[in-house]
Design a protein around this ligand. Structure first.
Ligand code: CA
Length: 227
């Protein structure tokens, strides 16, 4: 399980990292909000531990940004502030839990386990298309024996296609699902399809992502004559 820890105090970050790794987690760390946001966009995590007072971008803004992109990774806010308005603000912005510092590390671990478990219960589902396997709880993608690391957007795009296996999704439908109402360029979908193909299909004989000219895209095993 992979955890993103966004914390600017080097001592706390180091301690938490060690504790989490001892508990069996793989930990990525960021020391400011922008770096945290970038990592959260580029990778998929089981949970994000997010300090509030951070250089460059505070934890609230990071949380708001991620939720605005429909990133649903569980977020636990960590902060020295434990006043109720702060707590409500964090939860309003889409955080899942809130832990005031200083905290007991065992409590942190218990809450992390609870959040990850809750997230899994909400979406226990493995989607399989040929040798492609998408674990929608963990946001893990594999082809055969290979782990494939996707950015958040690439993952959302793949999940949208895979959830409608063999159906053709128009660019507009994809745009709406993955980018919602955000501004995006007219070729955004094509650009992301190209990036996704590089990771999902380029190195494999059987291609899964197909262009349906004039209509859109579909994810499926090729027909016998295409294979
Ligand atoms: Ca801080």
């Amino acid at each position: 399980m992979r955890v993103l820890l966004v914390e600017d105090e080097p001592g706390i970050s180091r301690l938490m990292r060690r504790g989490l790794e001892e508990a069996g987690y793989t930990v990525d760390t960021a020391a400011d909000g922008l770096e945290g946001l970038r990592l959260a966009e580029e990778n998929t995590y089981s949970i994000i531990l997010l300090d509030i007072m951070l250089p460059k971008m505070d934890g609230w803004s990071v949380c708001e940004n991620l939720r605005g992109q429909r990133n649903k990774t569980p977020i636990m806010m960590l902060t020295a502030r434990d006043t109720t308005p702060d707590k409500i603000k964090g939860l309003d912005l889409g955080a899942d839990d809130y832990l005031p510092k200083p905290f007991d590390f065992q409590e942190l671990l218990a809450r992390v386990r609870a959040l990850v478990r809750r997230d899994k219960v909400n979406k226990v589902r493995i989607i399989r298309v040929g040798d492609l396997e998408i674990d929608t709880a963990q946001h893990r993608v594999r082809r055969g024996a290979d782990d494939i690391n996707l950015s958040h957007r690439e993952y959302e795009l793949l999940e949208a296609l895979a959830a409608h296996e063999s159906q053709v999704l128009s660019r507009e439908a994809i745009q709406e699902r993955v980018w919602m109402n955000e501004d995006s360029y007219s070729n955004t979908v094509d650009v992301y399809i190209r990036m996704l193909r590089k990771k999902i299909d380029a190195n494999y004989e059987v291609k899964l992502i197909h262009t349906v000219h004039g209509v859109g895209y579909t994810l499926r095993l090729p027909d016998a004559q295409e294979a």
